[in-house]
Design a protein around this ligand. Structure first.
Ligand SMILES: [Zn+2]
Length: 510
């Protein structure tokens, strides 16, 4: 007896249709799996056998061949337990064949027959919907996630026994209706940043600029970085779905509706490997970089990260996508992020602090900045110098919180308006971070006096061409945030205040 059940296999962020075929043939009892299964699927023989027996079904007393087609597609993970078990029930005559018509399913089975969560269900749901599935059957913990796909019928059951009864019609179907996800952003705390720090956050959010925070320990670098996601323009539905899919494939989906309401913030530790940061593995999974897609990737203590790991960030930062190629598979993970990096001004951390003296020699500082500088530092448009906050400043902040007023430029709608202005001005529709030198020349609208100041700054501070262009981009964002059409001298002057790393580099070499 031959039976089939439809499912899907993950490849990167995509799910590919898979047909699970089960054939019962005379011979010694046993289950044989063919069609490029990995180890976890090989183990599914034991899980399926126990789950069937403990749910009150007859286990197979003949030879069983399970084929996962197409055979050239690598399959991974325990999500094929459920389709194998259902196809076995049909093949052994315990479930009527038509009951599985149009049904797609995925899920791991516990030995007691319970249905356990698996990763990548959202991608599978998209694929099932595209192929006109009548219903997708998933474990209860994955049901909300699958229901994010409009128009797909999602069914679930806590265990194999109850699912069998639902399919057989002896128990009412447990359908999951999509609860209208609210796109209202989660309530946020007022932004705790004032002066230049607040400006830097607003500029980073409006222009999409990557941000470098330089300051002594305890000056609030991490506190600032944490506040950036809530300032970014609101998420669109497509973007939110992509974020949800990345989390699901990474196996990190806790609340499937969260990505619709909140941009991600990821802060990997500096000891993390290239695979953990960028994504990788035999059947590649997204890393911290892609988990931050649409939001903020925060690299605290930048100098402690391995240089080789940081160098690999260059390509995805440039292209907004991380490309991976393995022997059998080429895949890519979205990586549109705002990068926030933080570092001490020198190895001891206290260079430039009035109360603490810096203990580093000039050559130590020079080596420190040499190690940091290079392609990654080059991409950080905004460089903000932070001082330790004095008691008076902290008291000031507490007072401001109490009265709940804050600088107008930190209002999300002003930031969104600035973003809109800049994307409408240039024909490519890019934000200021992605403007090329040509783009700046053609659509930047710089006043002559502003360019004169810029030339003087470049000469005096010995800025590289790249740094000089970065300064112009930030000046353009300053003008957008101030709602002015042309870039004035003041905008260039303000932008030049966000190049502290250039100054520290210059200082350590002269
Ligand atoms: Zn020092």
């Amino acid at each position: 007896m031959l039976a089939r059940c439809r499912s899907a296999a993950l490849q990167g962020l995509e799910a590919r249709p898979v047909i699970v075929e089960v054939d019962l043939a005379p011979g010694l009892p046993g289950i044989q799996l063919v069609g490029l299964p990995d180890k976890a699927i090989q183990e599914s023989r034991e899980r399926v056998r126990s789950a069937l027996r403990n749910s009150g079904f007859r286990g197979p007393l003949v030879r069983v061949v399970v084929n996962l087609a197409p055979a050239d597609l690598r399959k991974e993970g325990p999500a094929f337990d459920l389709p194998i078990a259902l196809a076995l029930l049909v093949a052994s005559g315990q479930l009527d064949r038509p009951r599985l018509n149009g049904i797609w399913c995925a899920g791991e089975l516990g030995l007691d027959g319970s249905l356990r969560t698996c990763r990548g269900v959202l991608a599978m749901a998209e694929q099932a919907f595209r192929h006109g599935a009548e219903a997708l059957v998933v474990p209860p913990d994955n049901a909300d996630e699958a229901a994010l796909i409009d128009g797909l019928t999602v069914r679930t059951a806590p265990n194999l026994k109850q699912l069998f009864e639902q399919l057989n019609g002896t128990r009412p179907c447990l359908r999951i209706c999509r609860s209208r996800p609210s796109s209202v952003p989660l309530p946020t705390e007022p932004i705790d940043a004032s002066g230049q720090a607040g400006r830097a956050l607003a500029l980073a959010a409006a222009g999409g600029h990557h941000l470098l925070l330089v300051g002594p320990p305890g000056c609030g670098k991490s506190r600032l970085a944490h506040q950036l996601p809530q300032l970014l323009p609101p998420l669109g539905p497509e973007e939110a779905l992509t974020i949800a899919r990345i989390r699901s494939v990474a196996g990190e989906q806790q609340d499937p509706l969260e990505p619709l309401r909140k941009r991600p913030f990821r802060a990997p530790h500096h000891s993390c490997s290239a695979a953990a940061l960028l994504g990788g593995g035999h059947n590649p999974r997204p890393g911290e970089l892609s988990l931050a897609h649409g939001g903020v990737l925060f690299l605290d203590e930048l100098a402690e990260f391995q240089r080789a790991v940081l160098d690999q960030l260059r390509q995805p930062l440039e292209e907004g996508v991380y490309r991976l190629s393995r022997a059998r598979l080429k895949t890519s993970f979205p990586a549109e992020i705002t990068l926030v990096a933080a570092t001490n001004p020198c190895p001891c951390g206290w260079h430039g602090d009035r109360a603490h003296g810096c203990r580093c020699s000039r050559s130590q500082r020079q080596r420190y900045w040499q190690k940091l500088s290079g392609p990654l530092l080059d991409r950080l448009d905004l460089q903000l110098r932070l001082e330790r906050r004095s008691a008076t400043a902290i008291r000031g902040c507490l007072n401001r919180k109490a009265t709940a007023t804050q600088d107008a430029w930190l209002e999300p709608r002003n930031i969104t308006a600035a973003r809109q202005r800049m994307t409408e001005r240039n024909p490519e529709g890019v934000c200021n971070r992605d403007l090329t030198a040509n783009g700046l020349g053609n659509h930047g609208r710089f006043e002559a006096s502003a360019l004169q100041l810029w030339e003087r700054l470049v000469a005096r501070r010995r800025l590289s061409t790249r740094s000089g262009i970065r300064l112009l981009r930030v000046a353009r964002t300053v003008a957008d945030l101030n709602d002015t059409d042309h870039v004035s001298v003041d905008a260039v002057a303000e932008a030049s205040g966000f190049r502290c790393a250039d100054l520290l580099q210059l200082e350590s070499t002269t």
